[in-house]
Design a protein around this ligand. Sequence first.
Ligand code: ATP
Length: 197
Amino acid sequence: MIIVGLTGGIGSGKTTVAKEFNLLGIPVYIADEEAKKLMNRSKIIKRKLIQLFGEKAYINEELNRPYLANIIFNDKSYLEKMNAIVHPKVAKHFQKWVQKQDAPYVIKEVAILFENGGDKACDFIITVVADKALRIKRLLKRDDTTKEKIEAIMKNQWSDEQKINKSDFVINNNTFETTKLQVLRVHNDILQKAGIT
Ligand code: ATP
């Protein structure tokens, strides 16, 4: 199966673009969402996260996100430790999911792809970009957040230039109409490169 990684900075429009691919019949795996589900479902992950963060890591069987976020904010090494527990399980879950798909290729949406070396497991990579001011405006509308928080996250991610340099395709998501056209073009390019058409 051909794996197409879909990435981009916070609020660039990854999920919006992924939905467009899905409308073309392409299965989409949203890695962050699946990781969140596994953190609540998998007994092994739960046990290991409780070992790492303590009993307060879960409240009523649900991951206590604010508690974890606070610990990670004060000591970044906890993020690596948490990823070392969660990422291998998500990778396995993804492999199982891929085996069930019947399509010319699949899309794996991953916010932090290059930063974790996840690009190596992809056949093609699409990076979604949009102007920074537009991303901030869209995120302020979508989430209960602040400009400062968004900018702090942006600083921790690779720049668009770094991502573009290592990508096969770039989709500029400044306007929805042009995004749709680019998705169609990239879809056809992937099919052609993969020798499917
Ligand atoms: P995150 O980094 O948080 O995972 P994301 O990259 O997946 O975000 P989306 O959730 O797709 O980004 O988009 C962020 C917000 O911007 C959403 O509310 C979405 O509806 C809006 N949005 C995305 N693309 C466009 C567009 N082309 N025109 C208008 N609004 C858009």
